[in-house]
Design a protein around this ligand. Structure first.
Ligand code: ZN
Length: 379
């Protein structure tokens, strides 16, 4: 019997080059109107008990070639639990995944997927909770809503938004954790946060890229996190609608949630290098980072991106644009596709569950710096 591969479903991405018995050659498909690719997600059927070798042969041209060494593919037999395939090897531009599927339908992905169907389940469940408001900020190019949930009634304006880069599905697992905690009526931290802050949460900024199985861009092939200085209704409506809503509400504290292909750690990137940076902003960013590092063994401040020199920030990115535009403290949280190598888990690697725990720790850290945020708030 011939095994089959398919990706014609929500967030699917792969192209079959050839199938020769139990040897399969595959390519990841580029984002529509873009050269970015790295996200894959497909079903392997009819291979129960057979020693199958899957070779993804176009890794060299992918967006982040440094993402492949030490990377282990994600596998699920029930579409709920995603484990790592230990026998994943990267060499000479080819990712080789060796496995013996226990059943005739198994699923493989770059990271545990967060489908648009699950997104709708999440938004519907949270919007139905006591004290939560729902707003559609506008439509994407494919006609999907940019969903925004409002929680709390405090003076501090907090924005949490994720998945500008749709292939970074850990970002929406983080959101699921954050929203569940924020809506927990018994959680003392969330009770105080809801009293002191008004949260506006956009769990998925790029629904089109998510459904299309993109790594990094929307339906027009545009990288949304390079549009914040000049978003347009034609190219980047997702950013335009969110930024307009931020202009209306104001912003005191913001987190933009991402995944990083190469660095095996959780880390923050800030807004160094913006033209009108203040000591207050840098102090608050530092206090939050240190608080989070104390609270979560999965967070650290040693590994991360290079910091921009004074005056050299890239203002097209949301974190820098928000810090400059509103004088707020804003940050990009990066989670690994691989694992936190300081606290590795060989079975799951970095995972949905750990992303959710990190979200909870981020809210605990926000609670920890509330006095600083309130004291330092400019009048
Ligand atoms: Zn990203």
């Amino acid at each position: 019997m011939t095994l089959t591969i398919s990706s014609a479903f929500d967030a699917g991405n792969i192209r079959v080059v050839k199938i020769d018995g139990d040897q399969v050659e595959l390519e990841i498909v580029k984002d529509h109107k873009s050269d970015f690719y790295q996200w894959f997600y497909f079903r392997l059927a009819g291979a129960a008990g057979r020693d199958v070798t899957l070779r993804i042969v176009n890794c060299t041209g992918s967006a982040y070639p440094h993402g492949w060494p030490d990377y282990k593919a994600c596998l699920s037999v029930d579409r709920e639990d995603w484990v790592r395939v230990a026998d994943t090897i990267y060499a000479d531009g080819v990712l080789t995944i060796n496995l013996t599927p226990p059943t005739d339908c198994v699923w493989l992905a770059y990271f545990a997927p967060y489908s648009m169907e699950r997104h709708h389940d999440l938004v519907t469940a949270i919007a139905g909770q006591e004290g939560v408001g729902y707003t559609s900020l506008g439509k994407s190019l494919d006609g999907q809503d940019i969903d925004c949930l409002t929680i709390g009634e405090g003076e501090l304006k907090v924005w949490l938004y994720a998945r500008q880069h749709p292939g970074e599905s850990m970002a929406e697992w983080w959101m699921e954790g954050a929203l569940e905690k924020l809506c927990d009526p018994d959680d003392p931290v969330s009770r105080v946060l809801r009293r002191e802050c008004t949260f506006r949460v956009v769990p998925n900024m790029n629904p089109d890229g998510s459904r299309r199985g993109h790594l990094r861009t929307n339906a027009a092939g545009v990288n949304l996190n390079r549009e914040w200085h000049a978003p347009s209704a034609e190219q980047s409506p997702e950013v335009l609608w969110v930024r307009n809503a931020m202009d209306d509400s104001g912003v005191d504290f913001a987190m933009d949630i991402h995944g990083d292909e190469a660095i095996p750690a959780n880390f923050l990137a800030g807004f160094e290098g913006i033209p009108s940076i203040t000591e207050r902003q840098t102090d608050l960013f530092k206090i939050f980072s240190e608080m989070l590092e104390r609270l979560s063994p999965d967070f650290q401040t040693t590994k991360g991106y290079q910091v921009a020199a004074p005056g050299e920030a890239n203002m097209s990115m949301s974190t820098t644009q928000l810090a400059e535009r509103y004088g707020c403290v804003s940050m990009t949280l990066e989670m690994p596709f691989k694992d936190n190598f300081n606290l590795p888990d060989p079975v799951y690697g970095w995972s949905p569950q750990r992303s959710k725990y990190l979200a909870a720790a981020c809210l605990d850290a926000l609670h920890g710096i509330l006095p600083d945020l309130k004291n330092a708030k400019p009048s």
